[in-house]
Design a binder for this molecule. Structure first.
Ligand code: FUB
Ligand code: ZN
Length: 655
């Protein structure tokens, strides 16, 4: 029997998870595998270039020396270097290497993981404490020691990344050495912090330990870790972080997470906190907290998210701006903030089954996130503006005007990118119950295989597609092992995909956008469904309160946001100065360049403006001239600055 249904695009609020479970379950590590296409190419570059080079950077930048100093094995005279959170780069790299090992084991990766695990373990103090920089503080860094400067010391931030790495190593390699280190540190934190006698009521200035603790709870079954994470989420927003010289807003400490209506302050801090809170809400069945997070997510999406999925518009304090404060040229949009946004969206998707969360994750995964890394995988942007102007010069380390860089003094983004690529397969699909129907749900599309448990049976799916270049996604049931009756296969229809259709057993029907299209039947090997997503170019406009983009359009095709790069335009055209003709047709050209993208060609005008003595002109007087008609070429924003850095813009003025 076959029936098709779809879930509504929007609902009154997030669905309530059963305590301790989620409606959608992530698949076991390795159960989903990207086998080809655009993302596979990015993953290959990550494995072959970024991870090996990252291993060298940890040596040359001093991260490993710091650990050796703490372990007492560094050469005489070696000194601690780098930012206070240097250990976190090692942990993020370890996490990346572990997931990568899980994707495809290699003796080299195993060797590196063991080596670094040994370095980390050797640095750990007797009582479980671990932070190589703080362990060596002798007053020279202005901090006298452990937990003396929690707003800034990042001790628990490093711990959180260690926990995530340890869980990845345990799951992907089966080796428990790093997990043992993590457990000792988590036990130490658990005895030190809390409301109990002799405990300290304090939290770290930079969240992430919450997500790490919940992961550690899931891996070990030790409930104290979940309780500590929950305590930290509840303590925040009560002005608990004192003596830091900033407004509590910066630390997301102005209002409690369950009362907040938006995200604010330092963007990475804010979204790591909400992602961790979503984990807590999911595991404890706290529907009130989950609903509060849903409201914050909606507000972020409606007022503080760039069309690229970038988050955190202000350079000042790397922070979220006010609602609609989304400048293009001065956009900060740190790569780590997009990564945190993906992690939050994923957790909300698991807890609620609402397609909008997968839509946002996809927007980030195809635009704001990959823009942070070169096609070669090993050159990075920290900051991801939507416009880069002619005549721009770097004024500091993170400036995109430097072009992509191999590493940064503050190297949070590069290893964060590595772990995201190497864990990407895990975001493709889930199993569990969507709208009461048990089965498998596909959220992101790439050539892939997906293996999942349904009703005690094991099913294997093969996904064939050239997405995001093309909109056809064919899902074939390759194997059904064991007895199972009817189950439901659900495919996300992105919010932009109006007019999409699903063909099941030769029967084609239109399916609503922004929802899951589902087919329920007793599936057998060889059965297939085909989702057709319309890939016509779309012109989007910004809410008019986004002053910077007023009167402009953005070009989108499928999940990709496009940009004009100077290098593609005819001689004489200055990207800063173009106007596009929205009435003229946009044509597509498939090319092998830039990793194999679809270029867009459109009509526009450039030049002809009257040289003035100022940047303004009389409104009723001389107007900029009409300029020359020109053909403009746009590339996916994700691949900009792979041919050097030059003028670029996403929002295109129409007049
Ligand atoms: O503080 C650690 C990391 O450094 C943050 O997550 C980034 O925003 C950068 O400030
Ligand atoms: Zn970063």
């Amino acid at each position: 029997m076959t029936s098709t249904t779809s879930t509504p695009a929007a609902s009154a609020g997030p669905a309530a998870p059963t305590p301790g479970t989620t409606p959608l379950r992530p698949l076991a590590p390795g159960a989903a595998r990207i086998t080809g296409g655009w993302w596979a190419d990015r993953q290959r570059a990550n494995r072959e270039n970024a991870i090996p080079t990252g291993r060298e950077r940890l040596e040359s930048a001093g991260n490993l020396t710091n650990l050796r100093i703490a372990a007492g094995t560094a050469p005489e005279g070696a000194t601690v270097t780098g930012p206070i959170f240097m250990d976190s780069d090692v942990y993020k790299w370890l996490e990346a290497a572990a997931w990568e090992f899980g994707r495809e084991p290699s003796e080299q990766l195993r060797g590196w993981i063991r080596e670094l695990t040994a370095e980390v373990a050797a640095a750990q103090a007797e009582d479980g404490y671990l932070d190589s920089v703080v362990q060596e503080q002798d007053g020279s860094l202005g901090r006298p020691g452990r937990y003396s400067d929690l707003p800034w010391s990042h001790e628990m931030y490093c711990a959180g990344h260690l926990f995530q790495a340890a869980v990845a190593v345990s799951r992907a390699t089966g080796e428990k050495g790093l997990l043992d280190v993590a457990v000792r540190l988590a036990d130490h934190l658990d005895t030190t912090f809390g409301d109990g006698d002799g405990q300290r009521r304090d939290v770290d200035g930079h969240p992430v330990v919450e997500m790490g603790l919940v992961e550690l709870f899931r891996e070990t079954g030790e409930r104290r870790y979940l309780e500590l994470a929950s305590w930290m989420v509840e303590a925040r927003g009560t002005g608990i972080i004192e003596g830091h010289g900033k407004e509590p807003t910066y630390f997301s400490d102005r209002v409690r997470v369950r009362e907040a209506t938006t995200v604010e302050g330092h963007a990475v801090r804010a979204v790591y906190l909400t992602a961790g809170a979503a984990d807590v809400a999911t595991e404890t069945g706290d529907t009130e907290l989950l609903a509060a997070l849903g409201r914050q997510f909606d507000h972020m999406l409606a007022t503080k998210t760039y069309v690229t999925g970038g988050l955190g518009s202000r350079w000042d304090m790397e922070a979220f701006g006010d609602p609609y404060e989304l400048p293009s040229d001065r956009a900060y949009a740190e790569t780590c903030a997009a990564i945190g946004g993906i992690q939050w969206a994923w957790r909300m998707l698991l807890a609620t089954g609402e397609a909008k969360y997968a839509d946002v994750a996809e927007r980030m995964l195809h635009n704001g996130f990959p823009a942070g890394v070169s096609l070669s995988g090993d050159e990075y942007f920290y900051v991801n503006p939507l416009q880069f102007r002619d005549g721009s010069h770097a004024n500091e380390n993170r400036s995109p005007a430097h072009g992509r860089r191999g590493w940064f003094d503050c190297a949070c983004c590069p290893p964060n990118i590595m772990r995201t690529w190497s864990s990407l397969d895990g975001y493709l699909a889930t199993s569990g119950s969507l709208d009461g129907a048990d089965g498998v749900q596909l959220h992101l599309y790439a050539p892939s295989t997906v293996s999942a448990e349904v009703g005690g049976a094991r099913v294997r799916l093969e996904v064939e597609t050239d997405y995001p270049r093309e909109g056809s996604v064919r899902v074939r049931v390759a194997e059904v092992e064991g007895e199972v009756g009817e189950w439901t296969l659900s495919l996300r229809v992105p919010g932009w995909a109006r007019g999409a259709s699903l063909t099941v057993a030769g029967d084609r029907h239109e399916v609503p956008a922004g929802a899951y299209a589902s087919a329920t039947r007793t599936w057998a090997a060889g059965d297939a469904v085909e989702l057709d997503l319309p890939m016509e170019v779309r012109l989007s406009r910004a809410d008019r309160r986004v002053d910077d983009a007023r009167g402009s359009v953005a070009l989108e095709r499928g999940p990709l946001v496009y940009a004009l790069e100077q290098v593609d335009q005819p001689a004489g055209v200055v990207v800063d100065d173009v106007v596009v003709d929205t009435a003229a047709p946009v044509t597509e050209e498939r090319t092998d360049a830039l990793g194999g993208v679809v270029l867009l060609h459109l009509r526009g005008r450039s030049g002809g403006h009257e040289a003035g003595s100022a940047t303004w002109l009389p409104a009723d007087g001389a107007r900029p001239g009409a300029g020359q008609d020109v053909e403009l070429t746009a590339v996916p924003y994700a691949v900009w600055a792979n041919r050097g850095v030059g003028p670029m813009r996403v929002w295109l003025p129409t007049s």
